[in-house]
Design a protein around this ligand. Structure first.
Ligand SMILES: Cc1cc2nc3c(=O)[nH]c(=O)nc-3n(C[C@H](O)[C@H](O)[C@H](O)COP(=O)(O)O)c2cc1C
Length: 217
């Protein structure tokens, strides 16, 4: 069955599960975020740690893609990737970036902005060591964001690294590792009825100090 233009424009959902009151906000938005993430996990959200990462290239063109949140602590929001791919080149030129989470079953969105830095090599190595062997080999095999002649090329590259690391541990590639986004702004969005959603924007006001403001939906 096809989704006709009329049917598409009629797709509509009223968000009626719950609200978000100022009193429910944790003073530290990272604590609040972890609480919401745990609830998303409990509610069975598929890949609750999947987030849209938006970066900007040298011409001012924004680009977005999903990456997985792998560490969330006082330092910020960390993900792991290739250090030569498109997003890495964009981050090298412009370190400001944005993250978006959407947890549909909870009718919740979180938007985060801040600066992105590379994680320490130690953190990258530790995370790389925890990955399944096939993913480790995949990191070697794929020159992320480069143009491929065909899928065969990728599979041949994988097979080559399988051989190279046969019978031994797969090392972390030198151009693979983590980034951490240090948040300046974290916005919590809870869907409400009649599009009168609840939004709170938490802005960093100093070391460990955050100010929360309610925004119009
Ligand atoms: C659910 C999901 C999770 C993903 N997780 C990651 C990730 O953690 N790291 C990563 O580099 N790419 C991840 N990807 C692939 C990226 O979306 C993207 O295709 C890739 O990083 C290349 O992006 P770039 O060319 O803009 O650098 C994921 C994709 C999906 C759909």
């Amino acid at each position: 069955m096809s989704l006709t233009p009329e049917a598409l424009s009629a797709l509509r959902r009223d968000y009626a599960q719950r609200g978000l009151r100022r009193a429910e906000l944790e003073p530290d938005p990272l604590v609040m975020f972890r609480k919401w993430l745990a609830e998303a996990e409990r509610e069975g959200v598929l890949e609750p740690n999947a987030m849209v990462l938006s970066t900007v290239d040298a011409s001012g063109q924004p680009w977005s893609r999903i990456v997985l949140l792998k560490v969330c602590d006082e330092g910020g929001f960390a993900f792991f990737t290739n250090y030569q791919g498109a997003k890495a080149q964009q981050l090298a030129g412009e370190s400001r970036a944005a993250l978006t989470f959407w947890w549909g079953v909870l009718e919740r969105q979180v938007n985060i902005t801040g600066r992105v830095l590379k994680t320490s090599r130690e953190i990258s190595l530790k995370y790389f060591a925890s990955r399944p062997r096939a993913s480790q080999l995949g990191a070697w095999a794929s020159a992320q964001s480069s143009v491929l002649g065909g899928r065969d090329q990728l599979e041949a590259s994988y097979a080559e690294y399988e051989q190279r690391f046969d019978g031994r541990e797969v090392e972390c590639p030198p151009d693979w590792g983590g980034y951490v986004l240090e948040p300046d702004v974290v916005e919590f969005w809870q869907g409400r009825s009649s599009r009168l959603h609840d939004r709170f924007r938490c802005t960093r006001a100093g070391a460990g100090v955050w100010q929360a403001e309610r925004l119009a939906p």
